[in-house]
Design a protein around this ligand. Sequence first.
Ligand SMILES: NC(=O)c1ccc[n+]([C@@H]2O[C@H](COP(=O)([O-])OP(=O)(O)OC[C@H]3O[C@@H](n4cnc5c(N)ncnc54)[C@H](OP(=O)(O)O)[C@@H]3O)[C@@H](O)[C@H]2O)c1
Length: 281
Amino acid sequence: MTASNPTPDAGPAAGAPTSSTSPTSSTAPPLSEQIVLVTGGARGLGAAITRAFLAQGARVVINYRSSAEAAQALAAEHPDRTLALQADVRDRSAVESLVSTAAKHFGAPITTVVNNALVDFVFNGDARSHAEDITYDELSGQFEGSVKGALNIIQAARQGMAEAGVGRVISIGTNLFQHPVVPYHDYTAAKAALLSLTRTFADDLGPSGITVNMVSGGLLQTTDASAATPEAVFEGIAAGTPLRTVTTPEQLADAVLFFASPWARGVTGQNLIVDGGLVKG
Ligand SMILES: NC(=O)c1ccc[n+]([C@@H]2O[C@H](COP(=O)([O-])OP(=O)(O)OC[C@H]3O[C@@H](n4cnc5c(N)ncnc54)[C@H](OP(=O)(O)O)[C@@H]3O)[C@@H](O)[C@H]2O)c1
């Protein structure tokens, strides 16, 4: 569950124009009426996002690649509103099968997707390849996870969203675009490609009522991937951050809810940095 519930899930204020004035201004239904897919949703940031949506009453498809036990345990917290499904986001047919299984299970299509999965990466700058030895294979591995994975998810979910007349795509990025202080060449380049894809998909899918946005975290305290980060790095980030703290997965998840919510109806193609103010976007 998120630390706080900053906005009641009632949608735009009474009297505000919520009906479409054109086919491109579809307002999302309340979170409690949404069917949400969170990739890598069983652990780390993904679990915080899953819990945040569940706390708002949404139905959530908890995707996992290998964490079956964690996914089933999380699903068991709200058995009537969850579905744990295995799929490697890089595998197109597995993703298509996941999307159709979820639609059959809930009797309606997924209309919100969160591209969260992080394939085989740990945040330890000391252990990463530097300029002299980074290989294209390393870049390619991250492109497969971030770009191909997101492409598979968006394309598989697109038709259901278009039929519903509304869709929300939220991808997880990084504040390292603006502040590349560690040599995560592969990770950051792949996420930057995903940011570009976010913007081009926003243009392409906007006429179908689908918004596409990114939420970019700073270092999060803590997920399995950031557990490898030395303690001194967390302390340095907290000291240099306006809010004097390292961002938590739950704080980032709150911003994901915003982009899925009715309150974000006029926002697409954007990248919101959630890092306590360390980087100004
Ligand atoms: N941690 C940070 O400091 C930080 C900072 C900024 C942004 N982020 C972003 O936050 C997101 C999550 O990162 P994290 O720190 O939570 O990572 P993590 O602790 O390493 O967890 C990775 C997640 O991705 C899933 N996954 C990996 N490969 C997959 C695949 N092929 N198909 C489907 N799911 C797959 C894993 O599921 P299984 O366990 O089932 O394999 C797991 O749920 C990423 O997009 C990352 O870039 C993290």
